[in-house]
Design a protein. Sequence first.
Length: 363
Amino acid sequence: MRFKDRVALVTGGGRGIGAATAELFAREGAHVVVSDMDIVPAEQVANPIGGLAVACDVTSREQVEDMVGRAVRELGRLDVLVCCAGIIRDNLLFKMSDDDWDSVIDTHLKGAFLCARAAQKPMVDQKYGKIVFLSSTSALGNRGQTNYSTAKAGLQGMARTLAIELGPFNINVNAVAPGFVETRMTRATAERMGVDFEAFKVGAASQIPLGRIGQPEDIASVIAFLSNDESSFVSGQTIYVRRPLAPSHSFLGSLRERPSPAGGAGKYQHRVTLNVLMTRLRLQVRRRASGRTVVRRRTFWRSSPQIRIEFGPDGPNSSRQPTGCSPHGVDWLADRLLRWLGLLGILPPPGRIHQILGVGIAN
Ligand SMILES: NC(=O)c1ccc[n+]([C@@H]2O[C@H](COP(=O)([O-])OP(=O)(O)OC[C@H]3O[C@@H](n4cnc5c(N)ncnc54)[C@H](O)[C@@H]3O)[C@@H](O)[C@H]2O)c1
């Protein structure tokens, strides 16, 4: 029971990572304040674990101070603060509104600031406290997330600074930076991109060395580590939970290849399925047919996480083959394609089938 008799307050505790954290804390003996701007999900989490559900919008100083005051009044102290309240309002810079910016910055940065400032009072008096912020791999940069990336990078700075200020009072302040976790937030991202969530998850998993996406419990266990005395000499740190293989904007995808039964003797035909989670893909397609080379440039905008590229002859007598590739060179081409897409940092193409005999990337 790592949290026996401890009092923990989790903002955004009604759903996702916050809910999993509240449940884990309670299983390990904590009295938990489950706070959320939506009281119904907060109660649904709090009731089965004997927690205290509190409605609180973290962007409001009054509500945050009331929430912390109530926790201390009703439960006697405050040992752990976990700031999970979060939203996304993704858009490319030229389309990002003032409101997209303000609401994300206010929820993540101002919200964490207000909560930490309110929570430090009882923690300083007790000479004991643990504060955990939720950063993100997006802090490293992510296309369409100027607001969110900025906020998540800011939270790492906040953790480092508060670790310095509050360390003398035996208060640890750290951040956890998850990658892709299956929650309402990532579901909303898929919906915004017009992408089927199951396909979105498959694409994301293909980029994770462990071969699966995160679940809220995977993050809750790291938050729990930072919220008890196992980690009492860890402060001012950010723990990445699934750091991307490369900066997340160069997220690529996976390729599957399968021989097509349409390929006759002496012929070949491969279908390569490239799952990419990107917003823009420009392909320059060179077609070689009848001694002529036709160059086509196409720009695809996000709509589906999947582009299907079919290589090979489109007729029984055709001798076309991918430019620069042997009939068995699909792997080579696929590798190149992935590398190019990565260098360009581009995003999802639509789910269409294209006959492509040679591929280049136009930037
Ligand atoms: N899901 C991911 O892949 C992922 C990755 C990295 C970081 N994170 C971060 O983890 C945290 C939790 O995200 P999640 O995926 O569990 O999201 P979620 O949408 O499942 O849960 C977020 C909760 O925050 C609440 N909330 C939103 N605005 C609030 C406000 N102003 N005041 C109080 N509550 C508010 C929502 O009502 C919701 O219950 C967020 O800070 C998010 O940015 C999530």
